[in-house]
Design a protein around this ligand. Structure first.
Ligand code: HDL
Ligand code: ZN
Length: 418
């Protein structure tokens, strides 16, 4: 295959990114058989918690009054405040506009636009709509976040939720690892010999619980979010569960553990899901996990911008670490650019650049449009510099790397192969 001239590199990267079917490795989307747990449609898009946080900066309504409104009333207020009264220039507001554009719908900041969108979504059949949305986003499949202790979700699994090859399961462990006092009794009621103090058979029973859910869900990995204060080792129920339950089950099923560190939960409780903040984590905890558990693999995403460079250093020390995504407050072009450049400079293509974290189905359209738009010049710049330094670049080189970055780094890591 012929080498690319300097000026051909950026358009080639753009073309190959556009045609690539991406695997979205962390979302809060759900396969259709999990019913109403999965969110989709214009009112869910407009009441996304990112937009709720932005509403309170532009309107005098208090969170207490806002959360007493109906879903339609909330969406009407956000639409008027953030899309009609003000141009939607933030990442999250512009995203809704990009979704409407991606679905061929009107995008003007008018009440008519919202009315047209509601009519469109009301006419969609979810099964077909999922395929249309995945095509528009350029993704082949997504990875879910499945909580075996969520009362809205676990009964559906126990009744035998129909799998869907486009949706991969993940066992999410926040309620066990971060909120044991509030949740131990659910395991007890289900016949597991556990107690609040996590003594006696608790560790082995938590391991049995997690193992049973892995048999049921067949997860591609297990996951948890962790506070910025996370320490390991430490004298805590969480550390004991990591050592005696979670990581042994990961080895039993040969799957990675995804740890997402840096959340300051409910900094402003009044904002509910929108109330979390961010804090810089102490990555010596990651260092200790890697040293103590060399046979475990870890996906890792950190919420603080200030942790990103040292994560790249740790990934160079421990091949069992797979950095992924520009998570949550980092998923903005100004930070995605910085993070992706330093990752390519220090890790080559041995990381996963992005996940959508989508909570509402159609968000994948704007989140992946943003990622392609932001990363194309970063990736092209890397190849242009390589060409300048004497190594001509081909379209095949670019195809090879994009397949790794957006597909096979994930599929190989979950399978435990290099
Ligand atoms: O814990 C997580 O998986 C985070 O992504 C949270 O769900 C967060 O609320 C979020 O939606 N971030 O995008
Ligand atoms: Zn998430």
């Amino acid at each position: 295959m012929s080498t690319l001239a300097y000026e051909q590199i950026l358009p080639t990267v753009r073309e190959e990114l556009q045609s690539l079917k991406i695997i979205d490795i962390h979302t809060h989307l759900y396969m259709p058989s999990l019913g109403s747990v999965g969110l989709w449609g214009i009112d869910e898009l407009i009441t996304y918690h990112y937009l709720e946080a932005e509403l309170f900066r532009s309107h005098s309504i208090t969170p207490e009054v806002y959360f007493s409104l109906s879903k339609t009333e909330k969406a009407d207020l956000i639409w008027k405040t953030l899309f009609i009264d003000n141009p939607p220039v933030s990442e999250a507001t512009r995203g809704v506009v990009a979704v409407l554009q991606g679905l061929g719908l009107p995008t003007a900041g008018t009440l008519e636009t919202l009315k047209d969108a509601r009519a469109f979504f009301a006419a969609q059949k979810l099964e077909d709509h999922i395929g249309n949305v995945f095509n528009a986003a350029g993704i082949s499949e997504v990875v879910m976040t499945n909580d075996p202790l969520d009362p809205a979700e676990y009964p559906l699994w126990e009744q035998g939720a129909e799998p869907d090859s486009r949706f991969h399961a993940v066992v999410r462990l926040d309620r066990i690892l971060n909120k044991w006092p509030e949740h131990w009794s659910i395991l007890k009621e289900k016949g597991y010999d556990v107690n609040l103090e996590a003594t006696g058979n608790t560790a082995s029973e938590v391991r049995r619980f997690i193992s049973n859910w892995c048999k049921r869900m067949k997860p591609v990995y297990m996951a948890c979010s962790l506070p910025d204060t996370f320490q390991f080792p430490e004298e805590s129920t969480r550390a004991m569960f990591f050592r005696e339950a979670v990581l042994p089950v990961c080895r039993e099923f040969n799957i990675p553990m995804s740890i997402m560190i840096g959340v300051r939960y409910l900094v402003n409780p009044a904002l509910k899901l929108a109330g979390d903040g961010v804090g810089k984590a102490d990555l010596r905890a990651v260092e200790r996990l890697c040293l103590e558990f060399p046979d475990n693999r870890f996906f890792i995403s950190l919420l603080s911008r200030e942790n990103q460079h040292e994560l790249c250093v740790y990934a160079r020390k421990f091949a069992q670490l797979m950095p992924f995504g520009c998570w949550w407050f980092l998923n903005n072009p100004s930070i995605v650019e910085e993070m992706t450049r330093e990752r390519m400079e220090m890790l080559g293509t041995t990381f996963i650049p992005q996940h959508s974290d989508a909570r509402v189905l159609e968000q994948v359209i704007y989140k992946w449009k943003n990622t392609r738009r932001t990363l194309a010049p970063i990736l092209a710049g890397t190849y242009q510099t390589l060409a300048e330094d004497g190594r001509p670049v081909t379209r095949a080189d670019i195809q090879h790397d994009l397949q790794k970055l957006f597909r096979s780094n994930f599929t190989n890591f979950v399978a435990g192969v290099k």
